[in-house]
Design a binder for this molecule. Structure first.
Ligand SMILES: [Zn+2]
Length: 77
């Protein structure tokens, strides 16, 4: 399957995405792509950031986040 890795902030909002066929099949590799430094990755994981794989339907579902039109803690934006 060619899915999409999502970078999700602690509020559940998707901050970025990368195609699985570009980033690879491991969450670690995908996270590396988003956040190159291991110290930063550890900080993010501790703070509640996640990297998750979704299919096309899942990707469509989070598009509002990518376009800044979601309800994740952005009421003031
Ligand atoms: Zn969002």
């Amino acid at each position: 399957m060619s899915g999409f890795w999502l970078r999700i902030d602690p509020t559940g909002c998707v901050d970025g995405s990368v195609r699985e066929d570009v980033a690879g099949q491991l969450a670690e590799d995908a996270h590396k792509g988003f956040t190159p430094r291991v110290a930063d990755r550890r900080k993010e994981a501790a703070a509640g950031w996640r990297v998750e794989l979704v299919d096309r339907a899942g990707f469509d579902a989070i598009k509002p986040c990518l376009y800044g039109r979601c309800e994740h803690g952005r009421a003031t934006a």
